[in-house]
Structures are given as C-alpha cells and as structure tokens.
Ligand binder design. Structure first.
Ligand code: T46
Length: 138
C-alpha cells in the first residue's frame, strides 16, 4: 500500500477553495478503466470484506473520513483517509475493509480494470490459502 498526495491548485482567495488533480501513469502508477464512488453511508458501517486477484485501485475520501484496513495475509495496516488531496494505492491480493468514521463520507475509487465479479475473493479462508500458496508474488 502506498499513500499518494495529489497536485493541488488554489486561488489567492481561500473562499474559492482548491482543485486537486491526478493523471493516469503520471501522478498515479496505473491507467484506470473504471471510476466509482460510494455515498450515503452512515457512521460505523463497514464495507468491503474481500480481496482482488488482479485489480489495483486508488481510494480517495473526497468528503469526510473513512478508515481503510488492508491485510496482506500476514499483517494488517490501518489508514484513515480524511484529506481529499490524498489517496491510498491498494495493490492486488489485499483483503480490505472500509469503515465510515463520519456520516455521508464519500469514497471515490479509480480501478485498473472493468468490473468483473470473478476477480473478487469474498471468502477470507480462501484468501489466506492463496496468500500462503504464493498466488501473489510479494
Ligand atoms: C472495493 C471497495 C473499495 C458493480 O456492479 N460494478 C462496480 O463497478 C462495483 C464496484 C460494484 N458493483 C456491484 C457489485 C455489488 O453487487 O455493486 C454491488 C456492491 O459492491 P460491493 O459490495 O463489492 O461494494 P463494497 O463497497 O464492499 O466494495 C467496493 C468494490 O466492489 C471493491 O472492489 O475494493 O469498494
């Protein structure tokens, strides 16, 4: 996992806010084919509970605060996303959960591939078995 800070531009008037941007293969390490976002989630809700065989993603909390748990089969890492100018790059073969720390936080995700349910591993025991077998070269 890697934390990525985006380029941020802002005008002299702070009331006008900031504009953040990133470009595929330049500011983030892959070309994305899909964008999705999760919203309308209440505080305390935990989503995810799965890993991906091949998918790489960049997670950005564009509003609010969300805790991301990443498990590579050996250790767990926790990252709080609460800055729209920062993202978390999640590589393949990582079991993840996303916990909403504030009502209505919005999670924006850039994905390296189109949606494919067969890329998901939704059973934790199967994930651990594949990780131990070396399915993902770490
Ligand atoms: C991930 C985390 C961060 C689609 O039909 N197309 C899509 O592009 C996506 C992302 C989902 N779906 C369907 C599949 C399910 O029937 O939408 C439903 C909800 O998906 P899921 O329960 O997997 O949502 P989350 O929030 O647990 O996980 C999502 C992504 O699926 C996953 O890849 O890494 O966000």
């Amino acid at each position: 996992m890697e934390n990525i800070a985006f380029r941020s531009r802002f005008t002299n008037n702070p009331d006008e806010g900031r504009l953040c941007f990133f470009e595929a293969n330049k500011h983030i390490p892959f070309a994305f084919k899909r964008v999705y976002y999760t919203y309308g989630v209440k505080e305390g809700i935990i989503r995810g509970h799965h890993a991906h065989k091949a998918l790489e993603q960049l997670l950005i909390c564009v509003y609010g605060a969300i805790e991301i748990m990443c498990d590579d089969g050996e250790k767990k890492e926790y990252t709080v996303l609460d800055d729209p100018a920062k993202g978390l790059y999640v590589v393949r073969g990582i079991w993840r959960t996303m916990k909403w720390l504030k009502d209505d936080s919005v999670l924006l995700v850039l994905a390296s591939e189109y949606y494919d349910e067969s890329d998901y591993i939704r059973d934790y025991d199967e994930f651990i078995r594949l990780a131990k077998e070396g399915y993902w070269k770490r």
